[in-house]
Design a protein around this ligand. Structure first.
Ligand SMILES: NC(=O)c1ccc[n+]([C@@H]2O[C@H](COP(=O)([O-])OP(=O)(O)OC[C@H]3O[C@@H](n4cnc5c(N)ncnc54)[C@H](O)[C@@H]3O)[C@@H](O)[C@H]2O)c1
Length: 255
């Protein structure tokens, strides 16, 4: 006997799917049977992920989208529906951040990157997909947050604030959207080896040094996050909404 997760017939949008956790998640959802629209502001990397999926026998398209732009978000949803049918999964993974002491970063930094992409982009994409999901009988939205929002981290204060906003949005919207049979949950990664995080890992002394803070004594791999995201996307979590799951090797244990 075995247990498997089957997303056949589901249509997913993964934002920030051109890199790191978003790329791995796009591939995993496709392996589980979903048709995946890989959204990224970087058209080339979005298409690259989609090609990887199609070559492996899955179904994907690459979609250029800046998640901070409502019109672009609406167009991304529309082209996904045209390619594959109604969307029932959205992974709000795209994010941007500034690293440095709060006194040294500017309003443009956090308005355009941390809060602009990570918080506002999540809200914009969620709104863009909501009507289609509701009309299709429901769905699942998974938001990527960060342990920096749950426990507080220096040098990424604006990013932590933005992700804290995403936690509140996740919980509030989960209650609103439940009547439309839309579940909304969040995955909170600890430090995970991705093109986006690797420069930060180096800046903080490298992998060996950082992993000392992790009880399981390794940093995260993108697949660690993708597995948790898959759980929230699938019917295995059909009675779970408004929740935050840390996937972090035990770094922060938040009650
Ligand atoms: N890697 C980690 O250690 C870590 C830790 C905590 C949380 N996270 C979260 O996980 C998610 C993925 O992180 P990652 O490390 O894979 O990042 P990454 O930098 O490797 O990839 C991010 C992707 O988002 C895209 N993107 C950026 N701005 C965009 C926009 N406006 N519109 C569309 N796409 C945009 C980028 O082009 C890139 O492809 C993020 O939400 C991040 O905050 C990551």
């Amino acid at each position: 006997m075995s247990v498997s997760i089957d997303l056949s017939g589901r249509v997913a949008i993964v934002t920030g799917g051109g890199s790191g956790i978003g790329r791995e998640t796009s591939q995993l959802l496709a392996r589980a049977g979903a048709a995946v629209a890989v959204g990224d502001k970087n058209k080339a990397t979005a298409q690259e992920t989609a090609e990887m999926i199609n070559k492996a026998g899955g179904k994907a398209i690459g979609v250029e989208v800046d998640v901070t732009e409502p019109e672009a978000a609406a167009e991304a949803v529309e082209s996904t529906v045209q390619a594959f049918g109604p969307v029932s999964i959205l992974v709000n993974n795209a994010a941007a951040w500034t690293v440095g002491l709060f006194k040294d970063i500017t309003k443009d930094d956090y308005a355009n990157k941390d809060i602009g992409v990570s918080l506002i982009g999540t809200m914009v994409m969620t709104r863009a997909v909501f009507d289609v999901m509701r009309e299709n009988g429901g769905g699942s939205i998974v938001n990527l947050i960060s342990d920096s929002a749950r426990v507080g981290e220096p040098f990424m204060v604006a990013y932590g604030a933005a992700k804290g906003g995403v936690i509140s949005f996740t919980k509030g919207f989960a209650k609103e959207a439940a009547r439309a049979k839309i579940r909304v949950n969040a995955v909170s990664p600890g430090t995970t080896k991705t093109p986006g995080a690797n420069p930060i890992i180096d800046k903080w002394g490298g992998e060996e040094k950082l992993m000392a803070a992790y009880p399981l004594r390794r940093l995260g791999e993108p697949i660690d996050q993708a597995n948790a995201i898959l759980f929230f996307c699938s019917d295995m979590s059909s009675w779970v909404t408004g929740q935050v799951l840390s996937v972090n090797g035990g770094y922060a244990m938040v009650g």
